[in-house]
Ligand binder design. Structure first.
Ligand SMILES: Oc1cc(-c2ccc(F)cc2)cc2cccnc12
Ligand SMILES: [Mg+2]
Length: 215
């Protein structure tokens, strides 16, 4: 059967990037996104903001909710030391399969623990099954209607500690208003909005919310 969009992106990467070179993989995905087919991965403009947050935080334990094609997992993992523990969770089996090949092509498969499951099932298992004590940083980029459910699951499962940095994509487009309201008003976070551009768009506004857990 014909290739999916995600498989076309993967093929473009395999034919235009250099194996084992994460920056060339990111550049290829971004070139494809700008010039050929739009896709809902984080992209270069918001990606540069996430890079800054990752560098500032230098997490030893990191969790991503929503792997998609693996683009932001590669963005994050390329900035982490060998000793860091980084888990990314994707529910969709086909996207997870593309991500596994994209991560492998980038040469980062030893730095990323890829989990194909529902985040609601994984979060309560992180301490026991994945040997996590608490998380230094979280990147939320899956379906907007489960952002609040999942950050509350992180809280109730005692996975956040004073200073844990939680970054969330798509606050404006498609929008996560309940999430923004929650982190800005519940009293448990110091939260700031970082306006940017929607992925592979010159016109549409979007942005990342950065919320530091007060402990
Ligand atoms: O960055 C994202 C963007 C969109 C999106 C798709 C179609 C639109 F018309 C607008 C926005 C969906 C996402 C779903 C999950 C994680 N990120 C997404
Ligand atoms: Mg997104």
């Amino acid at each position: 059967s014909a290739m999916s969009k995600e498989q076309r992106v993967l093929q473009y990467v395999q034919q235009n990037a250099s194996r084992g070179d994460p920056d060339s993989v990111l550049a290829a995905v971004d070139k494809f996104g700008w010039e050929t087919e739009w896709a809902m991965n984080l992209g270069d403009v918001k990606g540069a903001i996430l890079d800054r947050f990752v560098k500032e935080t230098a997490p030893q334990t990191m969790l991503e909710l929503g792997t998609y094609m693996g683009y932001s997992a590669i963005r994050i993992a390329r900035l982490l030391p060998e000793t860091a523990k980084f888990m990314t969770v994707e529910f969709d089996q086909e996207n997870a399969a593309v991500a596994r090949e994209m991560i492998e092509f980038a040469g980062l498969q030893n730095r990323i623990i890829q989990i194909t499951s529902d985040t609601a099932d994984v979060i309560p298992q992180l301490k026991t099954k994945y040997d996590v004590e608490t998380l230094d940083m979280v990147f939320i980029d899956h379906w907007k209607d489960v952002y609040v459910r999942d950050i509350k699951l992180l809280e109730t499962n005692k996975l956040l500690r004073k200073g844990t940095v939680v970054v969330a994509d798509n606050i404006i487009k498609p929008g996560a208003p309940e999430y923004a309201e929650y982190v800005r008003t519940c009293g448990k976070y110091d939260s700031t909005f970082h306006e940017s551009r929607f992925e592979y768009s010159n016109d549409d506004i979007d942005g990342l919310e950065k919320s530091v857990f007060r402990g």
